[in-house]
Every structure is written in structure tokens, then in C-alpha cells.
Design a protein around this ligand. Structure first.
Ligand code: NAD
Length: 295
């Protein structure tokens, strides 16, 4: 069993760290918010008073932080203090450029590193069924796999450093665009007098089939577990979708990729958030689309 440092014990980090404890690892954790640290301690995480204090002989460091700036400042603080050869795993969703800088900081101090963002949300974190998208060399990935395992349903090695973040933002760009597409189709169907169920029954078995329709349908009824059936409580908050769409746009601009629908999706989610909907599930954008069509 390993000694693991875990920094960032929020909505995702808390259940992830708890699953590592459950698997028998010794987990020393830190969060800037005392209440989050206490919640983690209640689940068996040893509470540290600083990020540096989590190291204490740790062979791996996991970070689950809000954005690239947080990850880089934590890496700058602890990479010089960690024993050479420590494995750094960053599971936050951050921009590709910062992910590559984080790999460089780790390498500079003789460490191995993996960017390993996740899909599956808080429920996947609780259940230990997250999908990890990993970027890093083979040696780092090989060491990361057994550590990620108790938190994972699936672990995909996407390529070298930064490839995990690249996969994450490409996937979520598809998701943001497809949710708007499905929402638009339902709004058009409503105007044409077609029932939600009829459109679902056709499109879910036809060429319009996609995850946003069949697993996360944005109207109540056809998929009982979808957030539409509980007033668009998240689920996956619109503000997080907007964050990921913005990361995709930043990356697209940096490499000169044309992503016009990704850009439009980011703008629509920005408007949706500006109208006070950031905390609602991202599938609630259908209500905004209805408003736009005067429905
Ligand atoms: P969160 O805000 O609940 O947790 C982040 C935690 O990091 C907070 O508790 C905060 O206090 C802590 N933190 C910030 N700076 C710190 C520092 N310097 N040292 C120690 N702790 C620090 O966010 P979350 O929902 O847990 O998401 C974490 C990451 O996972 C984000 O990058 C997010 O985009 C990504 N993600 C979230 C979800 C989701 O459904 N919530 C799904 C997939 C990916």
C-alpha cells in the first residue's frame, strides 16, 4: 500500500481521497478550506496543515484543484521539497499549456508526472467509477495506474504530457455542442407540435442518437434519471461546462484549430451563466433556447 499526498479536497477530491483510504492507502491531505479538510478527515484522510506537510514520505502526490494557476503554484511550492522520483498526478481540469508547464516543473526536480483529468462527476467520484484520461510517459503512466485504480472505472493512456487534458476538453466540447443541438431539436419539435416522447423514440434509434439525448435527455420524461426531471439540479453545473468550453477555445486559438460550433457553444453558455444559471445543470440550457425562440 502506498503513502499518497492529496491536495484539493473539494467536491471531487473528497470522495476520491476517501476511495484511496478505503483501498488501504495512507492518504495525507490538505485543502485551504478548513471545513473541506475536516470532511476528508472524517473519511480517514490524515489532515495536514499545509501542502508541503502532505509529502511526509509520499510516493505519489495527487492534486484536484480548480484551475491551472492553482496547480502551478502548488507544484512550484512542493516539487522542490518532494523526494526525487515522486509521482505527480494532476486530476484537475486545466488548460493544456499549464498542464505542460506542470510536467516541466515536475521533471525539473527529477519527478515523474501524469495529467489525469476525469469524467464522471461527483457521483462517479463517490462510486470510484471515474474515467481517467492520462497524459505522460509510459513509466509515469505505469506507476499511476495502480494508484488511480480504486477511483476509476476506466483509465485511458492518451499520450504524452498534456494529452489527458487535450482529450478532456475535446470530449467536453462535443458534449456542450451536442447538448445545445439536442435542446434545439426539442424546441423545434415543440413548435411543430411533436411530442417529446415521439422525438425521443425516433432520434434515440436513428442517426440523431447521442449521449446528450439518450443518457441525459434535456426534457423531462424520456430518461427518468436525467436532471430535467428534477428542475435541472446538477449533475454537471453549467459554470463547469462553460469553464471546459473556454479551455477548448483557448487551446483551439493556441494551435489555430477552427472550432466555430465550440465558440458558439461557449458564447451561449456564457449568456446562460450571466442570466444566473451557472449553478444549474448544463442541460437546462434548453430553457434558455426556448426563451430565445420566444416560446
Ligand atoms: P471544488 O471547488 O469543489 O474543489 C477544489 C478545492 O481545491 C477546494 O476545496 C479549494 O479550497 C481547494 N484549493 C484551491 N486552491 C488550493 C491550494 N492552493 N491548496 C489546497 N487546496 C486548494 O472543485 P471540484 O468540483 O472538486 O473540481 C475540482 C477539479 O475537477 C476542477 O478542475 C474541475 O473542473 C474538475 N472536475 C469537476 C467535476 C465536477 O463534476 N465537479 C467533474 C470533472 C472534473
Amino acid at each position: 500500500m502506498a503513502r499518497i499526498a492529496f491536495i484539493g479536497l473539494g467536491n471531487m477530491g473528497n470522495p476520491m481521497a476517501a476511495n484511496l483510504v478505503r483501498a488501504g492507502h495512507t492518504v495525507r491531505g490538505f485543502d485551504l478550506v478548513a471545513d473541506n479538510l475536516k470532511k476528508a478527515a472524517d473519511r480517514g484522510v490524515l489532515a495536514a496543515e499545509s501542502a508541503a506537510e502532505t509529502l511526509d514520505g509520499a510516493e505519489a502526490v495527487i492534486t484536484m484543484l480548480p484551475a491551472g494557476s492553482h496547480v502551478l503554484s502548488v507544484y512550484a511550492d512542493i516539487a522542490p521539497r518532494a523526494a526525487r522520483g515522486t509521482l505527480f498526478i494532476d486530476s484537475s481540469t486545466i488548460d493544456v499549456a499549464s498542464a505542460r508547464k506542470a510536467h516541466a516543473i515536475a521533471a525539473e526536480h527529477g519527478h515523474l508526472s501524469v495529467d489525469a483529468p476525469v469524467s464522471g462527476g461527483v457521483s462517479g467520484a463517490e462510486a470510484g467509477t471515474l474515467t481517467f484520461m492520462a497524459g505522460g510517459n509510459q513509466e509515469a503512466f505505469g506507476r499511476a495506474q495502480p494508484i488511480l485504480d480504486p477511483m476509476a472505472g476506466r483509465i485511458v493512456h492518451c499520450g504524452d504530457g498534456g494529452a489527458g487534458q487535450a482529450a478532456k476538453i475535446c470530449n467536453n466540447m462535443i458534449l456542450g455542442i451536442s447538448m445545445i443541438g439536442v435542446g434545439e431539436a426539442f424546441v423545434l419539435a415543440e413548435k411543430l407540435g411533436l411530442s417529446h416522447q415521439a422525438l425521443f423514440d425516433v432520434a434515440s434509434t436513428s442517426s440523431g442518437q447521442c449521449w446528450s439525448l439518450t443518457s441525459y435527455c434535456p426534457v423531462p420524461g424520456p430518461v427518468p434519471a436525467s436532471p430535467a426531471n428534477r428542475g435541472y439540479q446538477p449533475g454537471f453545473a453549467a459554470s463547469l461546462m462553460l469553464k471546459d468550453l473556454r479551455l477548448a477555445q483557448e487551446a483551439a486559438q493556441a494551435v489555430g484549430a477552427a472550432t466555430p460550433l465550440g465558440a458558439e457553444a461557449a458564447q451561449l453558455y456564457a449568456l446562460f451563466e450571466a442570466m444566473g444559471n451557472g449553478g444549474r445543470d448544463f442541460s437546462g440550457i434548453i430553457e434558455f433556447l426556448r426563451g430565445k425562440t420566444g416560446g
